[in-house]
Design a protein around this ligand. Structure first.
Ligand code: MN
Length: 613
């Protein structure tokens, strides 16, 4: 005869499901609640049964421990229990050995209970459940945990914790979701093992594809290691659900560089799981108002990021600057960002100031390898985009040609990129698209216009609409440019310098329409183009003058605008001078009261620059 202390009582582990429950056996349970006909008893977080009142032996309240015997399991999964009163027994644990499933393998496990291990990349409280975004070495997965509507589940679990999740794989709105039965934070060695495993695998996954450049270019070849580094950093940010903010110069080249990368990143976010909306909150593109990353920009970016961090449990962002970011004008913003340890990467072709590199994790710039601004940000951005996600290449391979034409590149790379797409995008078409971008950005002000810009660049694939839109925008832009030119060309003032350079001055403040298209910089550029044509063969400098700024364009005069600005700042105390740009195309700012002093000193310096005959 069996001794009492031999009677086995089973305790179901958290991962056990119905198949681990056997008729006739006795289990430890917990009273979950009561009904007229009996009480519900939980065997673990997932499995419960009913003790009919005829099978109850004593009074209980919720959460009381209770022993129950399984009388039967019905075909629908309902379990009939009866309460047992045994004084002496032996507890045996039933543990389902939960092998950890990789996130990328979850789609084959719908309806099953699984365990995953990973890092908490985001914690978002909805009006229903709490959504934990978990990343492991293979992907990203949302886990829903519910205690009560709108109440934070597992408050002890924090962002960046390494956790084990046990739950059922479901499909919600066509997306995989795990409904959590249990989330536990791993600690000590357990956490380290998982962390190292994820880190190593992510680094391998983040490694960009080894693909050749679209064109042959020695300088760009020398930039490849740094381009790969940026691609690796961006890929990893996507895989760990770190938001990416892409800031760029608001001209055609800047837009081109940023949009190429946007296509690569958005597609990668979609591929790597997460939810539908991830591409909207994990990636943001925004043009910068100034031709640098100014304090207004970092202040906005920081403000939004910190709020998202607090409200939606998002990580702090990675910030990528294109066609901007490499000069000392950006330094005040970098200083602010460094207080929050925000990492920056830069793709630029402006003449870089060495003092900036200490703020940057990576910096692609042709000047680092003996190249110059003729290799434009749009060319570099497109090559980096291909490294981030080679699949987007067909949609973006024409972008470098548009960027090169838009930024008036004279480098051999411009011709090679044009050659690549000459059938569909001959030079005149590229020029139209670049103008359409500049014009549309004027109306967009500082919005990104994501979808409209895609149509202008013919990325959406609706070529008919693209053509109509570009034609319309080019018409609009040209008629406004013509208006502006007929107003200002008669007021151009000419000065011949001893060096042989011809300097043309146009006061864009009083002899051009203000607050309209083309803005002062582009107005000066248009004036310059006309003067270059009518002064074929001569070195030409055009200065567009505003009340407290001047915009410079030149042909055939070997100036170094950033250096001239630095020198003038020292030579004219009280001039309030700042500025920069490219070597031969740029701008200078000063205080209005010192305008004529600064301009005369500037023209003198232009006269000292060598001219090309
Ligand atoms: Mn540019």
């Amino acid at each position: 005869m069996q001794q009492n202390d031999d009677i086995p009582v089973y305790r179901l582990g958290a991962t056990c499901d119905l198949s681990d429950v056997s008729e006739g056996k006795i289990y430890q349970g917990k009273v979950q609640g009561f009904a007229n006909f009996g009480m519900f008893v939980q065997l673990n977080d997932r499995i419960k049964g009913l003790v009919h009142k005829s099978n109850m032996k004593s009074e209980h309240k919720e959460k009381d421990p209770v022993l129950v015997r399984v009388r039967g399991i019905r075909p629908n999964g309902n379990i009939d229990l009866e309460e047992m009163t045994i004084q002496v027994y032996q507890v045996q644990n039933i543990e389902r050995k939960s092998t950890i499933v990789r996130i990328s393998d979850l789609s084959g496990r719908i309806g099953k209970t699984v365990a995953i291990e990973g890092e908490v990349a985001q914690i978002k409280q909805t009006s229903g459940p709490t959504i934990f975004t978990i990343i492991d070495e293979s992907g990203t997965q949302n886990v829903a945990a519910f205690v009560e509507a709108g109440v934070r589940a597992y408050p002890e679990i924090e962002l960046n914790d390494i956790v084990r999740v046990i739950g059922e794989v479901m499909v919600r709105n066509n997306q995989l979701q795990i409904e959590a039965d249990m989330i536990t934070a791993l600690t000590g060695d357990d956490a380290v093992v998982v962390e190292v495993r994820i880190e190593e695998a992510l680094n391998a996954r983040a490694e960009p594809a080894d693909i050749p450049l679209l064109i042959k270019s020695d300088a760009m070849e020398r930039l490849r290691p740094e381009m790969k580094k940026i691609a690796r950093i961006i890929r990893k940010a996507v895989f760990v659900s770190q938001p990416i903010i892409l800031r760029h110069h608001a001209d055609a080249d800047g837009i081109c560089s940023a949009v190429a990368i946007e296509q690569a990143v958005v597609a990668l976010i979609r591929e790597s799981g997460a939810d539908f909306d991830a591409e909207n909150y994990l990636f943001k593109r925004a043009p910068s108002k100034a031709p640098f990353y100014e304090i207004e920009d970092i202040t906005r970016d920081l403000d939004f990021s910190l709020k998202d961090h607090i409200r939606f449990g998002q990580k702090m962002p990675l910030i990528l600057l294109t066609d901007n970011g490499s000069t000392e004008e950006d330094e005040p913003s970098y200083k602010i960002a460094s207080v929050y340890d925000i990492p920056f990467v830069v793709i630029d072709h402006h003449h870089p100031d060495a003092t900036i590199d200490k703020y940057l994790v990576a910096h692609v710039n042709p000047y680092h390898v003996g190249g110059d601004f003729g290799i434009t940000a749009g060319m570099l951005g497109t090559e980096v985009a291909r490294l981030i996600n080679p699949k987007v290449e067909p949609a973006i391979r024409h972008i470098p040609a548009i960027a090169g034409v838009g930024d008036r590149s004279e480098a051999p790379e411009r011709q090679r990129y044009l050659e690549l797409v000459k059938d569909q995008y001959p030079e005149a078409v590229c020029k139209d698209i670049a103008l359409a971008l500049d014009y549309e950005q004027f109306w967009l002000r500082f919005n990104d216009g994501r979808e409209i810009i895609k149509d202008i660049l013919n990325i959406t694939g609706n070529t008919d609409r693209h053509k109509k839109l570009v034609a319309l925008l080019v018409d609009g832009a040209n008629s406004m440019i013509d208006d502006q030119m007929s107003a200002c060309m008669p007021h151009v003032v000419y000065r011949e310098l001893p060096s042989g350079a011809k300097v043309f001055l146009i006061d864009v403040e009083i002899h051009a329409h203000k607050f309209t298209f083309p803005p002062p910089g582009k107005t000066s550029g248009e004036v310059h183009d006309r003067l270059c044509k009518s002064n074929e063969g001569s070195p030409v400098v055009t200065i567009g003058i505003g009340p407290d700024f001047a915009v410079l364009r030149s042909r055939g005069v070997l100036m170094n605008i950033p250096r001239m600005v630095r020198e003038l700042r020292v030579e004219i105390p009280g001039g309030g001078i700042s500025g920069g740009g490219h070597l031969v195309v740029g701008s200078i700012k000063f205080v209005e009261g010192m305008r004529s002093v600064v301009l005369e000193a500037l023209i003198k310096k232009i006269g000292e620059a060598q001219v090309q005959k």
